[in-house]
Unconditional design. Structure first.
Ligand SMILES: Cc1cc2nc3c(=O)[nH]c(=O)nc-3n(C[C@H](O)[C@H](O)[C@H](O)COP(=O)(O)O)c2cc1C
Length: 142
């Protein structure tokens, strides 16, 4: 039997404790380096002081990175929304795209990640599609 390459996606939200914009740049630089090494792709969104991150990759690598992220003192209230196998990457071009939108397009009536936290369990798929469209329409995301 042909071995299928294993892939999973993980989605969480958290509350940012970062106050300096330079600290975000540092986080992105370090994280992107590691993600490239570990063949992790995804996106980090910052809205209303909340992070929302999507990670994609081999389940072992995704778990390893997520276990570090959970312990990171630069945010709190980390809440896992989705961790499931996927057949292909949505964010294959980005080691870690970054979006800092003023407003999140409403999804099921929620306009901030704070609100989405309460609703995303049912709508993780919709949320992923929304973020994917935001990333692909934002040429500046790295
Ligand atoms: C919101 C947030 C997102 C992060 N995303 C990633 C990531 O995608 N990849 C990564 O390697 N580290 C990420 N980190 C950083 C890790 O928590 C950790 O600092 C980094 O992997 C280096 O780990 P080490 O200090 O154990 O070497 C993130 C941290 C925060 C606060």
């Amino acid at each position: 039997m042909l071995a299928m390459s294993q892939l999973c996606t993980l989605l969480y939200v958290s509350k940012s404790l970062i106050t300096q914009p330079e600290s975000i740049n540092e986080l992105l630089t370090v994280s992107r380096d590691i993600n490239i090494q570990k063949e992790i792709t995804g996106v980090l969104v910052l809205n209303s002081g909340r992070f929302l991150q999507v990670l994609e990759g081999h389940p072992d690598n995704v778990q390893l990175i997520y276990s570090r992220i959970v312990k990171d003192p630069r945010h709190e209230e980390v809440r896992l929304l989705l961790n499931s196998p996927i057949s292909g990457r949505r964010f294959g071009r980005w080691s870690m795209a970054f979006l800092n939108p003023e407003e999140v397009p409403p999804i099921l009536g929620a306009t901030s990640f704070d609100e989405l936290r309460l609703k995303a369990d049912k709508t993780a798929g919709e949320l992923l599609s929304l973020i994917q469209s935001m990333v692909t329409s934002d040429a500046a995301s790295g």
